[in-house]
Design a protein around this ligand. Structure first.
Ligand code: AKB
Length: 315
């Protein structure tokens, strides 16, 4: 029986990943952990433990207690939040990752952690950004992500830890709202469109970024973790994406369903600078070739589904 410990289980990805993994492998196979608790399915629907990922002993004890074979390390500060508190971001993002990798080494765990399009920088080719290219990010989050990718590769080549990762684009979901990211506008816009018919974008028109609908992101994690290791040329971390759009395009798509919807702009210079330093669109061909990465949602089907699902939860 698989035993998967997930950190950051109450976060944007974690909370839906737990549901997906429990469906896939059984509720008792998935141990949700987070620094806080909550009265929801993640905590009540299977094993849950409080865990501060900067505490190596706590992490080790949980892995031992459940005799885990896999660690999915999701706890991290996102890009905009990391810019507000760079020292905290370094300590949490890197400290948590090193602890996770050490626990994985000691207990011979399979290990997953997400990287991000934030691992690229202003000198990276902007269009169709290749899998292997120049990475000189200018944000604390990006520095954490590049260092993390390298560290995961190091634990694989030096210690044989089965580390795997993807570079996620912005993730859009109707379950748990994101917090502190640069791509968050693409989620907020749906809530505001349904609540008041208006949205003020903190990114300016023409700001293209990659995005993906959460069900596709979760499937990508499962598929990569189950992929035949003999076929993996890369490990940390694969470019994955489903679409690339600018704020006007998602607004226009929403308008097709809610004709009264209006969007204006009040640009946040910090998040705009972060977005400007990231690619406009990335190339996911290595993920497709090495482990069969695929998506089933584009901007149009994602928008339709988001509006339908959110209507039932927030209205
Ligand atoms: C963020 O905006 O910080 C994240 C990411 C792209 O990694 N959503």
């Amino acid at each position: 029986m698989k035993k998967i410990v997930v950190t950051g289980a109450l976060g944007q990805i974690g909370s839906e990943l737990i549901t997906k993994l429990r469906k896939e492998y059984g509720a008792d196979s998935v141990i949700a952990t987070d620094i806080r608790t909550s009265d929801n399915e993640v905590v009540n629907g299977g094993p849950f433990e409080l865990l501060d990922v900067t505490n190596a002993e706590e992490m080790n004890a949980i892995v031992k207690k459940y005799n885990a074979d896999t660690l999915m390390h999701m706890a991290a500060l996102l890009s905009a939040r990391a810019e507000q508190t760079p020292q905290l971001a370094w300590n949490l993002n890197m400290g948590g990752l090193v602890n996770g990798l050490e626990v994985a080494r000691e207990h011979n765990l399979q290990f997953f952690t997400p990287s991000s399009i934030g691992a690229f920088g202003p000198e990276t080719p902007k269009a169709d950004t290749p899998q292997d290219t120049l990475q000189r990010p200018t944000t604390m989050y990006g520095i954490n992500k590049v260092a993390g990718e390298l560290l995961c590769d190091y634990y694989y080549s030096r210690f044989g830890v089965d580390t795997r990762g993807v570079r996620f684009p912005g993730l859009v979901s109707y379950v748990t709202p994101p917090g502190g990211g640069t791509t968050d506008y693409a989620v907020e816009i749906f809530y505001e469109a349904l609540k008041g018919g208006r949205y003020t974008s903190f990114l300016k028109e023409g700001t293209y970024m990659d995005m993906m609908y959460m069900p596709d992101a979760l499937q990508a994690i499962v598929d990569l973790m189950e992929a035949d290791p003999a076929k993996l040329i890369h490990r940390n971390a694969f470019n994955v994406t489903a679409m690339s759009f600018e704020p006007e395009q998602i607004a226009a798509e929403i308008k097709k369903h809610l004709p009264f919807f209006e969007m204006d702009y009040n640009v946040d210079p910090v998040r705009q600078a972060i977005a400007d330093s990231w690619p406009n669109s990335i190339d996911a061909s290595a993920a497709r070739a090495e482990w069969g990465f695929k998506t089933s949602h584009d901007l149009s089907s994602m928008t339709e589904d988001m509006l339908k699902k959110l209507k039932t939860t927030i209205m």
